[in-house]
Design a binder for this molecule. Structure first.
Ligand SMILES: [Zn+2]
Length: 174
């Protein structure tokens, strides 16, 4: 698989913890399947990069050059065979936190903590679990998307876009 010399990455995740621990997740914007994580274990240590590729399961590389060499050795068939396995459901378990179903109309906010009888669903986009789509679904919605992970992702993306639009509308200053 040929990859270009120039790479544009976008941030897909970030988080931080005790003592200055922090991480940032990135993927390439051209859909080449390249991912990178920059992580530091404390505020006193520097960020360390780790590179991954969607078609190289369970492998990681310390530098872009190392990843690039491994990816160059892949055939297009190998890349396609790996991609064909996704998206798929990684896990479906009762949601012990009782979050509301992501695709049902939002219950109006009462200030009370209501526990919902839902399922915690992880949909794998690739071999790295950190890139999974995660959501809570009711029985009805779980059944609706049974065996259709790609349709579920599309529905979640549509819901997220709608929510962003409605927030933007409410946020108008006039
Ligand atoms: Zn629902």
């Amino acid at each position: 698989m040929n990859i270009p010399d120039k790479l544009t990455l976008r941030e897909t995740a970030h988080g931080h913890g005790a003592n200055g621990m922090a991480f940032y997740g990135y993927e390439d914007t051209a859909g080449l399947g390249i991912q990178m994580e920059a992580r530091r274990e404390s505020g006193r240590s520097g960020f360390i990069e780790t590179w991954f590729h969607e078609a190289l399961p369970e492998r990681k590389f310390a530098t872009w050059a190392e990843l690039s060499a491994a990816v160059a050795a892949l055939t297009d068939e190998q890349v396609e065979a790996e991609a064909a396995q996704y998206p798929r459901f990684r896990s479906i378990r009762p949601d012990t936190c009782g979050n509301a179903c992501r695709l049902c109309p939002r219950p109006s906010y009462t200030g009370e903590r209501v526990k919902h009888d839902t399922w915690r669903v992880h949909v794998a986009r690739g071999w790295r679990a950190v890139t999974d789509w995660r959501c809570s679904l009711c029985d009805t919605h779980l059944n609706q998307f049974d065996g259709k992970p790609a349709e579920l992702i599309a529905a979640l993306e549509a819901e997220a876009a709608e929510r962003r639009a409605s927030t933007a509308e409410k946020g108008l200053p006039w």
